[in-house]
Design a protein around this ligand. Sequence first.
Ligand code: AIR
Length: 400
Amino acid sequence: MLGARSKPPVCRKRRRAANVTNDAISNPNDTPNVTPNAAPNEALPPGATIGILGGGQLGRMAALAATALGYRCHVFSPDADAPAKEVSTAQTTAPYEDRDAARAFAAAVDVVTFEFENVPDETLAVIAKGAPVRPGVDALHISQDRAIEKTFLGDNEIGTTPWAPIITAADLDPAAATGFPAILKTARFGYDGKGQVRVDTADDLAAAWAEINQVPAVLEGFVDFEREISVIVARSTGGETRSYVPVDNVHRDHILFTTTAPSTIDATIAEAAQAIADRISGALNLVGLLAVEMFVTHDGDILVNEIAPRPHNSGHWTMDACAVSQFEQFIRAVSGLPLGDPARHSDAVMTNLIGDEADQWLKFLNEDGACLHLYGKTESRPGRKMGHVNRLSPMVRPAP
Ligand code: AIR
């Protein structure tokens, strides 16, 4: 269970519960009110312990960045072989629903964050009674359910693709108003293309819903977009924000394939995209990192596709092309440190290594300008992210 290999944290333990009421999470179908801004907190000193819920590649790269800043990391995940556990000081292996393990985890760390939305928000609420949680329970609650997320975006007047919730069979007919082709996505627990089915006509909708076991879902109408971009913004305990330049993303089989930094969109659209990310991070009262995936239409309109309150695959290029990577920025934000400079010193193309593509590791190591990152996953599967390569080149356009 608790596999601490280290001495207790040198930092004074903070016991202040996060500023979230139980009401905010009592009904998962409601969009909760986001709680008011917490007062700026003092910086966590080196030697303090950061608790990370989730143990995948995002947690691994965050833990490596935290280690470089002198922190210890304690990773909580049900998977004993989780990639982040290999690079952390302490580990808890327990189901996310194990409240005793969650309480012990909270007692052993100075701040808690998460690298995966599929952590139950009830668990995070239990943890919040014993340690500050950043970003808070509200941000997780909103972003882990596509219907709640889209409702939240709509309430904040942020444009999304046409969508409809499907909770019961009675929702199937009205949902068809989004138009076809469309994509049916499970409201929860989907990532990297998991839980998604393309639906070509209204007649296929019931079968598509059966294919995802009739769980609560959203139907999203296809938008004829010109490109997909994303912005990653950091927000500090004091509410300061700093964002990375918008990037162009290309997906293959619903999984991110490449990210090109910077995006070649017009400067006005780039600014508007950064402003949207900024606004969402403020509306969430977020402390940490927020990734906002957007579609840019042929008319130059921006529609938000998805948000994630954590480091994001489309920010991996920052590891080699910026002085402060998204992972360091994430750790700075959740630890109450000053945010770093998100400017890039190089242009970059990030390519994901999916499944057996990572077997070519020696080839990438022989390539000048290519920076290889492997995640240490013990099992390779088709569609599983195993690593990525960042290819750097001199900046063509000056950094904004
Ligand atoms: N992840 C989180 N949301 C989306 C993604 N891709 C990362 C997290 C998580 C890991 O993917 O780091 O822990 C899970 O990857 P896998 O391959 O074990 O399913």
